[in-house]
Design a protein around this ligand. Structure first.
Ligand code: UDP
Length: 366
């Protein structure tokens, strides 16, 4: 008899939701986390009343009402709407690409004029877009591609836009209305008091061991539970036996200022190629903070190497093929399940992570 029904490796959103669901049905769970805190990349650190999104800004958005109701059981969400700005060589543009952006870019004031501008610029792409550059030009034309997309994307991914898949840019809405809401989803907000409230409520009553690295002694950990749900990177689980999957890394530099408002908005993207960071987050604006001080974080994209935190899977054919090979290997081991952005090697948003964890829990419980 093993001590636990489930050993869940990683206490991020996937691990916490899965643990919560199966524990609620009487399963005995242990969550192991190698960091010193729970919550994975949604972890917040409170400084002087400001919740710092420690691993980059996280805005919850979904069109799935059941997911929205699900998260609202554990934390109260505010009415924050993400409306980032782009700073290109000192000039500001609204995001996502909408009538405000088109006005700022070309001085056009009507949707008809904007449609015509873009139509003229996109006409150079006559075939189905084969990469991010072609996709971007065909969506918004050359001017916006060059000023607001090319530099940012190439910095963020460390690759040429011609070498990136088109789907990445399809995450961004293009609208012919004056609407700066970055997302199209029906529901949006940030937990009042920060994401730790959500994670702590999900993990209430569940045994969590921090500072424990499952991969340091897989055999010992595995002997403790009937099933393993692993939310780290699949290649690390297998000690990179089939080779490394590629990830994009990040580095954060946080600064404190004795002023109440640094940039007037939560996120400013630096879309030129010279500025070394991709964006500056001013955390207090996620919760409409009125503190006399402020904290900002500069987000620098970084080359990922073994031992670094992996932030974004790099979804190209080569990596997808390798991921499938790792999955085949995983299937040979009984009672081992991979989940979450890293375990499934997907550019998941938070709501998709929750859906995936809920689906898995349902499957396990039936
Ligand atoms: N993007 C861009 N310019 C911007 C913001 C986003 O070109 O100012 C593109 C870029 O290709 C990026 C993708 O949209 O990789 C998604 O960006 P976002 O910052 O929304 O993704 P996140 O890092 O928040 O997941």
């Amino acid at each position: 008899m093993k001590k636990y029904d489930y050993l869940i490796v990683g206490s991020g959103l996937f691990g916490a939701v899965f643990a919560h669901e199966v524990a609620a049905k009487g399963k005995h769970c242990l969550v192991v986390e190698r960091r010193a805190h729970a919550g994975g990349n949604i972890y917040c650190q409170n400084r002087e009343g400001i919740n710092i999104h420690f691993y980059g800004g996280h805005i919850f958005h979904t069109s799935d009402r059941s997911v929205w109701e699900y998260v609202n059981q554990f934390a109260e969400f505010n009415h924050y709407i993400n409306s980032p700005l782009a700073n290109y060589k000192g000039k500001l543009y609204n995001l996502p690409f909408n009538m405000n952006t088109f006005y700022e870019m070309w001085g056009v004031t009507t949707p008809k004029e904007a449609v015509e501008r873009i139509a003229a610029q996109r006409s150079i792409i006559t075939h189905e877009p084969r990469n991010l550059e072609e996709q971007a030009i065909s969506l918004v034309g050359m001017d916006i591609y060059e000023k607001l997309i090319k530099g940012y994307t190439e910095k963020q991914w460390g690759r040429k836009c011609t070498e990136l898949p088109a789907f990445i840019i399809k995450r961004l809405p293009v609208r012919y209305t004056y609407d700066n809401n970055y997302f199209n989803d029906r529901y949006q907000g940030v937990p009042i008091g920060g994401y730790n409230i959500l994670i702590n409520h999900l993990l209430e009553g569940i045994e969590v061991r921090l500072d424990c690295d499952f991969n340091q002694d897989q055999t010992a950990w595995k002997s403790m539970a009937d099933k393993i749900v692993y939310t780290g990177t699949i290649d690390e689980y297998f000690d990179y036996g089939l080779g490394e999957l590629e990830y994009r890394g990040l580095r954060f530099e946080t600064e404190r200022y004795e002023i109440d408002n640094y940039q007037g908005v939560a996120a400013v993207n630096y879309t030129d190629s010279e500025t070394p960071y991709t964006r500056i987050i001013e955390h207090k604006h996620f919760e409409f903070g009125t503190q006399p001080v402020t904290y900002i974080t500069k987000e620098y994209p970084a080359v990922w190497k073994r031992g670094d935190e992996a932030y974004y899977p790099i979804n190209n054919t080569k990596n997808q093929k390798l991921y499938q090979q790792y999955l085949m290997k995983a299937k040979q081991e009984q009672n081992l399940i991979f989940g979450g952005r890293l375990g499934e090697y997907k550019y998941y948003d938070m709501d998709k992570v929750i859906q995936s964890a809920l689906r898995l829990a349902e499957k396990e419980l039936c």
